[in-house]
Design a protein around this ligand. Sequence first.
Ligand SMILES: Cc1cc2nc3c(=O)[nH]c(=O)nc-3n(C[C@H](O)[C@H](O)[C@H](O)COP(=O)(O)O)c2cc1C
Length: 352
Amino acid sequence: MTDIWQPVTLGKATLPNRFVMAPMTRSRAQFDGTPGPLAAEYYAQRASVGLIIAEGTQPSADGQGYLMTPGIYTKEHIEGWKKVTSAVHAKGGHIYIQLMHAGRMSHPDNTPHHRQPVAPSAIAPGTGMFTAKGMQDIPTPRALSIEEIRQTVQDFRHAAKCAIEAGADGVEIHAANAYLIQQFFAPSANTRTDEYGGSIENRARFAIEIATAIAEEIGADRTGIRFAPGTTLWGINEGPDYADLYHYLIEKLNKLNLSYVHIMHQGNEELLAYVRKNWAGTFILNRPGHPREEIGKDVASGLVDMEAYGQLILANPDLLARLKANAPLNQADHATYYGGAEKGYTDYPTLS
Ligand SMILES: Cc1cc2nc3c(=O)[nH]c(=O)nc-3n(C[C@H](O)[C@H](O)[C@H](O)COP(=O)(O)O)c2cc1C
């Protein structure tokens, strides 16, 4: 029986255990997208997990959705991320940067160029977003042209290259949670009639092109991808055949030999079993709100290779030490999730 405390190979790296810190936006970057002054300390505090997946990071100005999220496409961003990756490595940790293009989940007030958001089709998500002026409705996006879709694939490629230059161990492609890539998956957000809309093959094309470009640029063994199959967040509806869409993605992506697939579970256990059976590489699972008593069970049962936890690690930088000592856990403070400084970021107490 495999247990979550055992080492695991991921790409070319050997990780000391099978805990993963799930990616979490903290909105504490500088206005130009350079990681904030406390980011290196925040991530280094959590370096005892096998793998840290850093917060959603935009590959371009168009890709930004929320206020003060980091980017990874300029020299300044690279220099800023170098401080983070070297602090994590100094503690023996491993870190991937999550590449997140928000697509229509964006407000012009939050981006450096203040342009209308872009998406597969001109369909608004029907929700609001926090901006410097408070909550505002998200405007209807502009549909990307074919040329712009190709450019966006290149933006992802460039961002992956920048992440490696910044010392990251790899990148995670954010194809989950109702952002740009998942907008392409969902007929509710994608009504295109060209090769990027309609059939499963067409809706999956953008994700596969991005994964192929990044794997070519930095190596498949440093390229992971995250899905949230069947999510209904922010107007996303992938349709009744959504499991077939993911079967197709798994089949195609398998051929690339990516570092891992990461599922943020939405309830479809059958699909998890399908991924286990058909995905040749490393399988990471995040079960939202998973209780402490269940930690390690999915690895032990052989369902997955690694388990990802978000809020438990946000609030407990020394989660592993606490679990080993059977010590109580800190509770996460929701009020300090986004924005601010050290409070709720670098000041969660450790056992010692
Ligand atoms: C503050 C916060 C920010 C998040 N930001 C991201 C993000 O940038 N990218 C992403 O894929 N998921 C994001 N998530 C989702 C988490 O990665 C994770 O899937 C979710 O918190 C459920 O897991 P948990 O119960 O272990 O926290 C975020 C969650 C939280 C609480």
